[in-house]
Design a protein around this ligand. Structure first.
Ligand SMILES: [Zn+2]
Length: 293
């Protein structure tokens, strides 16, 4: 597979995992990858993220940049694998950088404690791996933080996933191309503001049958943290991206085709239901590349 190279204008977004918290065939935990300026940036790290990165053909030693939207377990359970396995297979002496909401630094230092047996063994006793490659540089960030390098800008903004605070979306800009990843959020005016003029908007969605919502208070509560197809239609209609794509599809007893239909009832632009390993090539147009069969 041809990869983004330094010096090209390409901005490429790959959905690594598009699933809900409960495991399901064919859809893994939330994660996406952005390729730009010859580097790979991963956003969230749900179940099987490293597996999907391998399937996407990413050189494991290049996995050094991770941004987190929030600290719900389904978005972070893949971190130990993403952190430790590339240390064994090619990261060399380069650390892993992690940015996320308040609590990210603390979580990463606790992970270092949890895995100290393995780290000690591989670093000091058995394989004598480079100590630098297991180091973590973690930073708690907030809205206003911008990562900037080689013409690439990654902007953090608040979304509304209350009571889970903070929770972020990310905007990525590179040489006139742009993408927004919503993270987990209910309808968010702030997201609409930060998404102005964006080429690709990747947004979460959730739906459940009304009878189920009435029966289960807990389900109704959880669904209230997320965006319904009708609300997504309103977001997309205001943002007017070249392409809108759904990810983190939380559907209980509702077909994905129905989610798309309900959204299209209120939004006439291009909309795709995201799949694991679906890719978006953002140039003058946004090309949607379905996963290989
Ligand atoms: Zn969440």
């Amino acid at each position: 597979m041809e990869r983004a190279r330094k010096g090209t204008d390409a901005l490429r977004v790959t959905l690594l995992g598009t699933g809900r918290p409960k495991p399901q065939p064919g859809r893994t935990g939330p994660a996406a990858m952005v390729e730009a300026a010859g580097k790979y940036f991963v956003f969230d790290c749900g179940r099987c993220t490293l597996q999907r990165l391998e399937e996407a053909g990413v050189p494991m030693g290049e996995l050094r940049f991770l941004f987190l939207t929030h600290l719900h377990s389904d978005h972070i359970v893949g971190i130990p694998d993403f952190w430790l396995t590339p240390w064994i297979f090619g990261r060399g002496d380069r650390p892993l950088h992690v940015w996320g909401p308040e609590g990210t630094r603390r979580m990463m230092s606790k992970l270092a404690e949890a895995f100290e047996f393995d780290i000690h063994l591989r670093r000091d006793v058995d394989e004598k791996l480079d100590p630098g490659g297991v180091e973590v540089v973690a930073e708690d960030v907030e809205q206003g933080f911008v990562y900037e390098e080689d013409g690439l800008r990654i902007t953090v903004f608040d979304v509304d996933h209350a009571p889970i605070r903070p929770a972020f979306g990310y905007r990525i800009d590179y040489r006139g191309r742009s993408a927004v990843l919503s993270g987990d959020t209910r309808y968010s005016k702030n997201l609409i503001e930060f998404s102005r003029g964006v080429d690709l908007l990747v947004h979460e969605v959730a739906a459940a049958p009304p009878a189920e919502l009435q029966r289960s208070e807990r389900l109704a509560h959880v669904m209230g943290h997320h965006t319904s197809p009708e609300e997504a239609a309103s977001v997309f209609s205001q943002v007017k991206p070249k392409v809108a794509a759904f990810t983190h599809v939380v559907s209980y007893g509702i077909e994905r085709s129905e989610i798309v239909e309900r959204t299209k009832a209120g939004y006439s632009g291009e909309l795709v239901m995201g799949e694991d390993l679906m890719r978006f090539e953002i140039a003058d147009e946004v090309k949607v590349v379905p996963p290989a069969p």
